[in-house]
Design a protein around this ligand. Structure first.
Ligand SMILES: Nc1ncnc2c1ncn2[C@@H]1O[C@H](COP(=O)(O)OP(=O)(O)O)[C@@H](O)[C@H]1O
Ligand SMILES: CC(=O)OP(=O)(O)O
Ligand SMILES: [Mg+2]
Length: 392
């Protein structure tokens, strides 16, 4: 048995999970034959927020170590084999899980301008974990990796080629660990591992992907995790002309525009709440601001579903995942309403239940709720790299 600690350091939280993984499962895809056991897990939240006891990521990692110790697992345990880290942006340099060295850490640091909300947090987690356990192999698993196989037609922005090349302006895509895991699970659910899948990962950040035979062919996030769907605090798609207008005519600084689009937009900007549970409550009370916010959110989602039906040609299964995707009956219902002509028909009772298949028996496309498990996927990929490294 080997133990792997997975750290998913977000901008304001650190999720951790300690897993025991049987030696027969060195991390490959597919089922783990029940050999994987969750020993401990948790989330340290509200990092750096006003009044929070957790000042920064270093303090958060100390809390993680304390919580593990309280559960009977010291972070200094000799049984710990490796630490796997989620890293959001891998750029073009990192398209596979990578053993972390000083050079790799520097590479992740160089990518901060492309993911200013995420890479600093990921890096902080890596630095503290390496300080606590310099003896252990630590592996970075990149959100961008799964999307590296996107066709050029999907990854290329239609701007001057030379400028794009010089400054790395292209589409990378994110949440790849989740899209990889969920698309595989969804394809298996309908017995079509080579099938076509649309994954809707709806968390605080949100993205859609179109996956064919296990390969990502398009995704809604782009060069940064700002493009695409409406999110908790991010705008998603917006006319770049609007940004020029805010700069030129409204005189906003780039920092102000950055703050606007990344932190004061999305559901928060539209209605003052970024928690979909609260939005749902307000919609039930007939609150017009919340109603418009939900309408914008679901309209954008429906557009991407339609677009990815076109990109894929045929669709076997649509999978909802992430905190909103797994829990919001309302979002699933609104996003897929009116798509009967596409062969997409929900079963209201199954949708309300929200477990597994939620489409009607006659629906040509299967719709399912598929809980994501980024931590398990990161643990598998971490062990996979380590066993490869050990084999030479
Ligand atoms: N029961 C629920 N109904 C609707 N939304 C929910 C529910 N539970 C959680 N959510 C939403 O899930 C979102 C967080 O999703 P999650 O995947 O945990 O985020 P993260 O991107 O931080 O991993 C929040 O917007 C929250 O409102
Ligand atoms: C890339 C991204 O948006 O991640 P998260 O959903 O964790 O913010
Ligand atoms: Mg998430």
């Amino acid at each position: 048995m080997t133990q792997v600690l997975v750290l998913n350091s977000g901008s304001s939280s650190v999720k951790y999970r300690l897993l025991s993984i049987g030696s027969g499962d060195p991390g490959g895809a597919g089922n783990d034959g029940g050999r994987t056991e969750r020993l401990a897990s948790g989330t340290v939240e509200r990092i750096g927020e006003e009044g929070s006891p957790v000042a920064d990521h270093a303090a958060a990692l100390e809390s993680v170590a304390d919580e593990l110790a309280a559960a009977g697992f010291g972070i200094d345990s000799p049984e710990l084999t490796a630490i796997g880290h989620r890293v959001v942006h891998g750029g073009t340099d990192f398209t596979r899980p990578t053993l972390i060295t000083d050079e790799v850490a520097a590479g992740i640091r160089n990518l901060i301008p492309l993911a200013p909300l995420h890479n600093p947090a990921n890096l902080a987690g890596i630095e503290v974990a390496r300080r606590l356990r310099p003896d252990l192999p630590q592996v970075a698993v990149f959100d961008t990796a799964f999307h590296a196989t996107m066709p050029e037609a999907a990854s290329t922005y239609a701007i001057d080629r030379e400028t794009a090349r010089r400054f790395g302006v292209r589409r990378y895509g994110f949440h790849g660990t989740s899209h990889a895991y969920v698309s595989r699970e969804a394809a298996a659910l309908v017995g079509r591992p080579e099938g076509n899948v649309i994954v809707l990962h709806l968390g605080n950040g949100a993205s859609a992907s179109a996956v064919s035979a296990g390969r990502c062919v398009d995704t809604s996030m782009g060069m940064t995790p700002l493009e695409g769907l409406v999110m908790g605090t991010r705008s998603g798609d917006i006319d770049p002309g609007a940004i020029l207008h805010l700069r030129r005519t409204a005189g906003m600084s780039l920092a102000e525009i950055d703050g606007l689009l990344n932190r004061r937009s999305g559901m928060l900007g539209l209605c003052g709440d970024n928690d979909m549970r609260e939005v749902g409550r307000r919609v039930a009370e007939g609150d017009p601001e919340a109603e418009l916010a939900l309408a914008v959110y679901c309209h954008r989602l429906r557009k991407y579903v339609g677009a990815y039906c076109a990109v894929l040609g045929t669709v076997d299964v649509i999978a909802f995942t992430g905190g909103v995707g797994e829990n919001s009956v309302l979002v699933r219902e609104r996003a897929l309403s009116g798509l009967e002509a596409f062969g997409i028909v929900l079963d209201p009772a199954r949708n309300a239940d929200g477990k597994g298949v939620i489409s009607a028996d006659g629906s040509r496309v299967t719709v399912a709720v598929v809980p994501t498990d980024e931590e398990l996927e990161i643990a598998r990929q971490t062990l996979d790299i380590i066993s490869r490294t050990n084999r030479g």
